[in-house]
Design a protein around this ligand. Structure first.
Ligand code: PRX
Length: 629
């Protein structure tokens, strides 16, 4: 079958198409209905079927390839490296599951995981899946306030964390930030399970904190049966940024999720059991969920969990891993490639990279220079894929496992099977013609594996994603795009206030809210501005209540530092604006709405567009002046 036919069947006859894909996983009980779309936009896939993600990712492989590598945990921060076979992973996950149960965690309970890239984090995710608990992994780069918001929303019974992480040889505290977050949050977890890595001393809270090593020792021979779940029960919540300051809990199911990931591993990533997959992302992001933990393991592949920088001890580290573990498929973000491009290519060429077949890049726009450079240096095809936390797997790419469809530089590709992608005119809602810019939308039902709802808030799911056009109910990706005459799509940035810093998705509203918490800040606007290395960086414009010495360069510098550290402490350093500028006015319409797009355009040296509604043009001149300094 060629790809056009494959795609056509997926959208014209999703029942037959997805029933076929569902054969790729193990079912404890068969489903009675492939799709129930009687209550749009809520799609239920594989209704009545019972399965389990942990069974498919771990248990299923123990009999045939129990002695083969499953999880390869490498840390260049602690100089440790450990390979867990499928059988060993099975044992560790059962120990973790048993100790979670001993702490009262059961089906439907939420477990928040705030951990760096260590094996125990994967054990915790898989243990939750095993016993039907719902995990919510929070990226380790987030600080106390971000964490507290998520604790309040997910209301976890248990939090799993560590003493510290490490980045570039520097210890990064986790436990003190977690303690502050729990103090700040209204919801209090029953227990905090701590993996003591011996990196930083920890203050234990009596009655609440428990030690992983001590509890694990009590469950060495644990055998924890699989809790079979109906396909539409929740497997996890992953918070992601949007237009408001309150992150949304993207909720994913069990059955559709398992089928979609397994199918993507076959058709898109062309992975086979027994091979090794290396994704450099982090378990705190969706790529880490889909393509570090679940996707590769569900396919019987070994997966690499890497803690460390891409250029330490030197810029050859990733390539040494590819050689040593014979990685066949690798996944990273364009920013990482741009970082590596700064180093001599000998770091790459001194390793035998003949095992590597394809490099996948996602998470942010892939520029042609980066794509061509890495492809020619590695001598393998580079495949761009476009997707979101909400979808969990690619929306646009070239599906090489079905047909060798050519790639086009600058484009992630064409719609992936299951996704009815369209580009709509923002104002009229009409379908755009070739090369006409509009909003990228998906017609319902979303295919299996996509978000089911916003955790605990069905209304928000409908209102945020499905109510942006009066003409029809479609899912908005909040990305601008165009489709060329050959049917290839090009992504042109977000339509909302989300920015993408080095592949990390951040909400400018969250950054603004944290800056506003500074006692001397009257008003603030944060925008994403193009950056050669990171894709985008945040720039903040602040109106102070009193000048506080900012008339002098030294005074401005001191205040800028103060504001940056407020963001570090509340959200985490990854949300820290690259620059904070002080102004006395922000560009607004006469009705008081911030002219974000104009502000962003000026920062990027572009034309600010239609300014007929602006209240006071001097505000724009101020922005131009501070940017020119
Ligand atoms: O704006 C798009 C951009 O990243 C957003 C989703 O980010 P996140 O939820 O963190 O999921 C990342 C999953 C890989 C999108 O709305 N984006 C993602 N991939 C691409 C991209 N922009 C351009 N090209 C891509 N390949």
């Amino acid at each position: 079958m060629n790809y056009a036919e494959f795609y056509k069947q997926s959208v014209d006859d999703p029942q037959t198409f997805w029933a076929k894909q569902a054969e790729l996983i193990d079912w404890h009980q068969p489903y009675s209905q492939v799709l129930d779309y009687s209550n749009p936009p809520f799609a239920k896939w594989f209704v009545g079927g019972q399965t389990n993600l942990c069974h498919n990712a771990v248990d299923r492989w123990v009999a045939g390839q129990g002695d083969k590598p499953a999880l390869i945990a490498i840390s260049t921060e602690t100089n440790t490296e450990k390979v867990y076979t499928f059988a060993e992973l099975h044992t560790e996950v059962q120990r973790m599951a048993a100790l979670m149960q001993s702490l009262g965690v059961g089906k439907g309970d939420r477990v928040l995981i705030y951990m760096p890239m260590i094996a125990e984090a994967a054990f915790a995710m898989l243990a939750c899946a095993r016993i039907g608990a719902i995990h919510s992994v929070v990226f380790g780069g987030f600080a106390s306030n971000s964490l507290a918001t998520r604790i309040n929303d997910a209301k976890p019974k248990l939090i799993v964390s560590v003493d510290a992480g490490s980045r570039g040889g520097k210890r990064v505290a986790y436990k003190p930030l977690l303690d502050t977050a729990i103090d700040l949050a209204q919801h209090k977890p029953g227990h905090v399970l701590l993996v003591d890595r011996g990196l930083m001393p920890m203050q234990s809270v009596a009655g609440r904190d428990v030690d992983y090593a001590a509890l694990r020792a009590q469950h060495m021979d644990a055998q924890v049966p699989i809790t079979w779940l109906e396909a539409n029960e929740a497997s996890y919540i992953l918070y992601t940024s949007g237009t408001t300051g309150k992150p949304k809990g993207v909720q994913r199911d069990v059955g559709g999720h398992a089928v979609a990931l397994t199918a993507s591993m076959k058709h898109i990533y062309c992975g086979n059991a027994g091979e090794t997959y290396f994704s450099s992302s982090d378990i705190g992001w969706v790529v880490g969920h889909s393509y570090i933990v679940y996707g590769p393991l569900i396919t019987g592949m070994a997966t690499i969990m890497y803690e460390g920088l891409p250029f330490a001890p030197d810029a050859g580290i990733w390539w040494s891993i590819v050689e040593k573990y014979k990685v066949t498929r690798m996944f990273t973000a364009p920013t990482a490639v741009r970082v590596l491009k700064k180093y001599p290519t000998e770091f790459m060429h001194k390793y035998d990279l003949s095992s590597l077949k394809t490099l996948y890049l996602a998470g942010e726009p892939l520029d042609e220079t980066t794509s061509q450079w890495i492809s020619s240096e590695l001598g393998v095809p580079v495949i761009d894929n476009y997707w979101q936390t909400e979808t969990g797997w690619p929306i646009l790419t070239v599906v090489k496992g079905v047909e060798d469809v050519p790639t086009k530089l600058g484009s992630p590709g064409i719609p992936v099977y299951g996704y009815k992608v369209k580009i709509l005119n923002e104002a009229t809602g009409e379908v755009c013609g070739a090369n006409e810019k509009g909003v990228v939308v998906i017609e319902g039902p979303l295919p299996p594996g996509c978000m089911q709802t916003v955790y605990g808030d069905d209304q928000r799911f409908v209102k945020t994603y499905w109510s942006n056009f009066s003409s029809e109910q479609v899912y908005s990706t909040f990305d601008w795009g165009i489709r060329d005459a050959d049917g290839y799509y090009f992504i042109l940035g977000r339509t909302d206030d989300v920015i993408n810093v080095a592949g990390h998705r951040l909400g400018t509203r969250e950054i603004e809210e944290s800056i506003s918490s500074h006692a001397n800040v009257a008003e603030v606007a944060a925008v994403g501005v193009e950056d050669k290395l990171k894709g985008q960086v945040a720039i903040a414009f602040v109106i102070l209540k009193n000048n506080a010495g900012t008339e002098t360069p030294e005074g401005r510098q001191a205040m800028e530092k103060e504001i940056m550290s407020v963001v570090d402490n509340r959200l985490g350093s990854l949300a820290r604006p690259a620059r904070v500028h002080f102004v006395t006015m922000l560009p607004k319409t006469r009705s008081g709405k911030l002219l974000r797009r104009s502000l962003q355009a000026i920062c990027e040296g572009r034309d600010p567009g239609d300014l007929t509604t602006i209240e006071d043009p001097i505000s724009l001149q101020q922005i131009k002046n501070v940017m020119a300094v």
